[in-house]
Design a protein around this ligand. Structure first.
Ligand code: RM4
Ligand code: MN
Length: 386
């Protein structure tokens, strides 16, 4: 095994979303699962299991107010006690009645202020948890032509963002996420990477773009976006998931492992796995019908496999083929890497870390799933909106 590849795989880091451990579903039905966490502490404990068996998922992102607690430093201590840390703080300006016409872009200054105050509160939380990133995703937009002024909404967005940006500490960042449509269907105020980038550039160096892989129109070349943002030093991170149709939030690498590989090829090519580049590799998923913890373990493994394949691309041969105009040769170099079974290599990497080579089997064997079903009796299960 190539020792540089192994070293990179050992040091790879993937962040887990707290909300992946609670109940979730569609607008048709949420199927509750037994043993699901009832509070942020239990979500963190479950996330720690994923880290325990994969060895590369040592942080968990919070979503505020879903993960509101009285004492964030105490939650951070609980996380440390389970061998993980708290990561990105995700804001939520889409579940309050006041936000029907938007939050930071709302036509009414009072509602905009309320939304900005929530974002400022999220930065206070980051101070307490030691988090670097504030992830902003806005449901803002309009449903009908003429409903509101498109340019006016952009101005309001810029002003709101500037207020939050000014509050960031030296080591804190805004990571701004875009989404093509939903819940607004005519215009979204941050629909694409161009809009996100324009706002980030206006804000300054501590503002970066987040690519949620489920937030594009069908057929969009996501790796091109990734390459472009890396080139500009503006890729703040990923919300990984997979989609068949819209914002499906399914397990990353399930729908299209080849796309995930192509994305990771661009990341590796730009040196984006180096922590100094500042790309946060996060999952943003929901497990509607599958068990949550194994769903996260599988997702981490899928990212790891795509990363390993991207790392074994023969870059010298690729470069030579590209320079020589060898179209088929260059493509063959990429396909050779993609078609390599990297699972034995990853099993060895895990053994080198003192882990079981098969995280799925090891977790199933651990008895944790049975234990939480027994322990978590009573109380209110966490879920979408709680
Ligand atoms: C949005 C977006 C955000 C996530 C929420 C729950 O579609 O992907 O990242 O926090 O959903
Ligand atoms: Mn997302």
């Amino acid at each position: 095994m190539d020792s540089a590849v192994v070293a990179t795989l050992r040091s790879q880091r993937i962040e887990l979303p707290s909300w992946a451990f609670g109940n979730s579903g569609t607008r048709f039905k949420v199927f509750a699962q037994r043993g699901v966490p009832r509070d942020p502490y239990e979500k963190v404990s479950d996330a720690a299991q994923v880290n325990q068996f994969t060895g590369i998922a040592p942080t968990v992102a919070l979503h505020i107010p879903w993960d509101k607690v009285d004492d964030y430093a105490d939650l951070a201590r609980h996380a440390a006690g389970c061998g993980v840390a708290l990561g990105t703080i995700n804001s939520n300006t889409f579940q309050d009645d006041d936000y029907m016409l938007g939050s930071v872009c709302h036509p009414d200054a009072r509602v905009r202020r309320k939304a900005v105050d929530h974002l400022l509160e999220c930065v206070d939380i980051m101070d307490a948890t030691g988090s670097r990133d504030l992830k902003l995703w806005f449901a803002d937009g309009t449903n009908y032509p003429g409903q509101d002024d498109i340019r006016g909404r952009q101005d309001r967005l810029a002003e709101s963002l500037a207020t939050v940006y000014a509050r960031l500490g030296d080591d804190q960042r805004i990571v701004l996420e875009y989404k093509l449509f939903e819940p607004s269907f005519y215009t979204m105020d941050v629909p694409d990477w161009g809009t996100a980038l324009i706002h980030c550039q206006a804000l300054g160096d501590k503002a970066k773009v987040v690519v949620d892989t489920g937030h594009h129109a069908p057929g969009v070349n996501i790796e091109f976006i990734v390459a472009s943002l890396l080139r500009l030093g503006r890729l703040g991170g990923f919300d990984f998931n997979s989609r068949f149709y819209a914002d499906d939030d399914l397990m990353v690498g399930a729908a299209d492992p080849f796309q995930l590989f192509r994305i990771m090829v661009e990341v590796v090519g730009a040196g984006g796995l180096d922590p100094s580049v500042g790309v946060a590799f996060m999952l943003d998923q929901c497990h509607n019908i599958e068990p949550k913890i194994p769903g996260q373990i599988r997702s981490v493994m899928n990212v790891q496999e795509a990363t390993a394949k991207a790392l074994i691309v023969d870059r010298d041969a690729l470069g030579a083929a590209q320079r020589g105009g060898d179209v088929l040769g260059a493509n063959a170099v990429l396909m050779d890497a993609f078609n390599t079974d990297v699972r034995p290599m990853l099993a060895e990497v895990r053994e080198g870390l003192g882990l079981d080579p098969d995280p799925m089997v090891a977790y199933a064997r651990s008895g944790y799933a049975e234990q939480i079903v027994k322990d978590r009796v009573g109380g209110q299960q966490a879920g979408w909106g709680a």
